[in-house]
Design a protein around this ligand. Structure first.
Ligand code: NAD
Length: 400
């Protein structure tokens, strides 16, 4: 069928398998062009492996370090008259490329928050790999059903205390307007957001993996966080999601204790703001990203998820002397180029000047839009979108 993008707000309802395949190939080529990661991981579990930072982590492990990978995600294959999700097509593409390169790659599709998916993953690792030496935790979800209590928690993206007014952009139309976001009123919103995006599920995974004996001596685990500039603090770092990130970051100490007898280490990496399915849902952030891209591209420091994760592996997690550089709070920082003073000063200046009229000139809104569509396999260079595409692509390791 001919597949075209169909959007509703920040969601794209369709996805293109050929575009997804090309995007995955582009990421693989980038990782290969950087050369082998010395002392890189060999057997890797990626939780949240189908899109964004998780997909790039899986690609970097496989093609930068010849690692066998198990990927866990929650995606949908095509069904009558409906396309599969972008993450499904990405995973089909990843496995195809990995298998062709002679690399082990299997995937598990289901709710990573559940005990059942943890059990299935452990069984697969036991059967095929024995143990893993790296666990990447890269889930982003609006909901979590708690495996022990059965309670369904929903996260919210709200400021805490005061309402927050700032500029935002509708990236489809390019209209810049003021948005006011009311603070949390329901006192359950904060613990619910922490329950979804905080560190508890990461801890549950690591406890179960350890208990089953599938973590190798010297195992490392990493989860991803974000800080960003002061202008987004009310909606991000000081908002409900920031509380969840504080909780995730605090989990590092708990996991370091848990992994001590395995000589294992746990890390949070603070990554750069990038266009992903999750970040496009946060008000204000898309406008910030459009300005950030403009400034960083002009300076030659712009990175996408694959550049970020390749740098995380090569220059942080697997350094030649084995030391992992951390900030004063014990976190890995690959948002260093985003947070550079000159970058932030320029973004700040542009932020104040931005209007609907000058948006396309002073921001990289065009780049934002293209990347948004790229996430779903659209507007990928080299793909003929007038051509019939087969939407019934399978992920080879998942039985239909
Ligand atoms: P994303 O939406 O691209 O990816 C989310 C992944 O989680 C997908 O693979 C999806 O299938 C999986 N997933 C969601 N719910 C699941 C469930 N119930 N069971 C199994 N899999 C599930 O998100 P992303 O932007 O790559 O975010 C990953 C992490 O990186 C998050 O912790 C996010 O906060 C963090 N981060 C994002 C940015 C950014 O700008 N996008 C910046 C810094 C840090």
């Amino acid at each position: 069928m001919i597949i075209q993008p169909r959007t509703r707000g920040f969601i794209c309802l369709t996805a293109h398998p050929d575009g997804a395949l090309q995007s995955v190939k582009n990421q693989i080529e980038y990782v290969k062009s950087k050369g082998a990661i010395k002392n890189g991981p060999k057997k890797v579990l990626v939780i949240g492996a189908s899109t964004g930072f998780g997909l790039s982590s899986r690609i970097t492990a496989a093609f930068g370090s010849d690692a066998a990978t198990v990927g866990v995600f929650f995606e949908k294959p095509a069904s009558e008259g409906k396309m599969g999700t972008a993450g499904w097509y990405n995973s089909a593409a990843f496995e195809k490329e990995a298998h062709e390169a002679g690399l082990y790659a299997k995937s598990i599709n289901g709710d990573a928050f559940s005990d059942d998916i943890k059990k299935q993953t452990i069984e697969l690792i036991k059967k095929d790999l024995g143990q893993v030496d790296l666990v990447v935790y890269s889930l982003a979800s609006p909901r979590r059903t708690h495996p022990k209590t059965g309670v369904a928690h929903s996260s919210v993206l709200k400021p805490i205390g005061n309402s927050y007014t700032n500029k935002t952009v509708d990236f489809h139309t390019g209209v810049v307007s003021d948005v006011t976001i009311a603070p949390v009123e329901n006192e359950e919103d904060i613990p619910n957001t922490v329950a979804v995006m905080g560190g508890e599920d990461w801890k549950f995974w690591m406890e179960d993996l350890k208990e089953a004996g599938v973590l190798a001596d010297g195992v490392q685990t990493v989860a991803y966080s974000y800080i960003g500039p002061e202008l987004t603090f009310p909606i991000y770092r000081n908002g409900t999601i920031g509380q969840a990130k504080n909780d995730l970051e605090a989990t590092v100490t708990v996991l370091n204790d848990l992994l001590k007898d395995l000589n294992g280490k746990s890390y949070v990496s603070v990554n750069k703001a990038l266009v992903t399915q999750s970040s496009s849902a946060i008000p204000v952030v898309p406008l910030y990203i459009s300005l950030l891209y403009k400034v960083m591209k002009a300076k030659g420091t712009h990175e996408g998820t694959i550049e970020q994760i390749q740098r995380l592996f090569a220059d942080r997690l697997y350094t030649e002397n084995g030391e992992v550089p951390l900030d004063e709070a014990g976190r890995i920082r690959v948002d260093d180029w985003e947070m550079a003073e000159d970058v932030q000063a320029e973004v700040d200046k542009l932020w104040k000047e931005t209007t609907t009229e000058n948006l396309s000139e002073i921001s990289d809104i065009a780049g934002y839009r293209k990347e948004f569509f790229n996430l779903f396999g659209f507007e990928v260079d080299g793909i003929d979108y007038e051509k019939d595409a087969n939407e019934n692509v399978q992920v080879p390791s998942i039985e239909a």
